[in-house]
Design a protein around this ligand. Structure first.
Ligand code: HEM
Length: 124
C-alpha cells in the first residue's frame, strides 16, 4: 500500500478515536450526579480539528475530491464545540465545578459534536 494511503488511513483511525474521546464522556455524564470531567472531551475536540484538517490535506495530496461546503460546516461546528468546552473549563476553574453555567455549555458542546457526526454521515 502506498505510504500516503497508510498516512490517510492512520489519520482516519485517529479521527475516530478523537470522536470517541469527545462523545464517550458526553454520553456517560448526561445523567449528571458528580462534577463534570471535561478534559477528555476537550482533547477529543482538539484531535477532531487537527486530524480533520490533516485528512483534508492528505486527500488533496492524493487527488481525492474534497467537499468544500461540507468541510466548512464540519470545521465550524467542531471549532464551536472546542470553544464551548474551553469556556466550560474556564467557568469551572473560576467559579467551581458545580457552577450553573457549566452544564448548559457541556450540553451544547455535546449536541454540536453529535451534529458533526450527522453531517459527516448524512452529507455524502
Ligand atoms: C466533532 C467533530 C467531528 C466529527 C464527530 C467527525 C466525524 C467524522 C466521521 C464519522 C467520519 C467518517 C465518515 C465520512 O467519511 O464522512 C469523518 C470523516 C472525515 N472528516 Fe470528520 N468529524 C469531525 C470533525 C472534522 C473536521 C473539523 C474536519 C475538517 C476540517 C473533518 C474532516 C473529515 C474528512 C476529510 C473526512 C473523510 C476522511 C476520508 O474518508 O478520507 N472532520 N469525520
Amino acid at each position: 500500500m502506498p505510504p500516503l494511503d497508510i498516512a490517510r488511513l492512520a489519520l482516519l483511525v485517529a479521527h475516530f478515536i478523537g470522536l470517541a474521546a469527545l462523545i464517550g464522556p458526553f454520553l456517560l455524564q448526561i445523567r449528571g450526579g458528580s462534577p463534570l470531567r471535561l478534559r477528555l472531551m476537550l482533547i477529543g475536540a482538539v484531535v477532531q480539528v487537527v486530524t480533520g484538517n490533516a485528512l483534508i490535506a492528505s486527500r488533496r495530496l492524493q487527488g481525492i475530491e474534497v467537499d468544500e461546503l461540507k468541510m466548512i460546516l464540519k470545521l465550524g461546528i467542531a471549532v464551536a464545540t472546542l470553544g464551548l468546552l474551553i469556556a466550560a473549563v474556564i467557568v469551572q476553574r473560576r467559579r467551581g465545578a458545580d457552577a450553573g453555567a457549566v452544564r448548559p455549555l457541556f450540553f451544547t458542546a455535546g449536541g454540536f459534536a453529535l451534529a458533526d457526526v450527522v453531517v459527516a454521515v448524512v452529507w455524502s
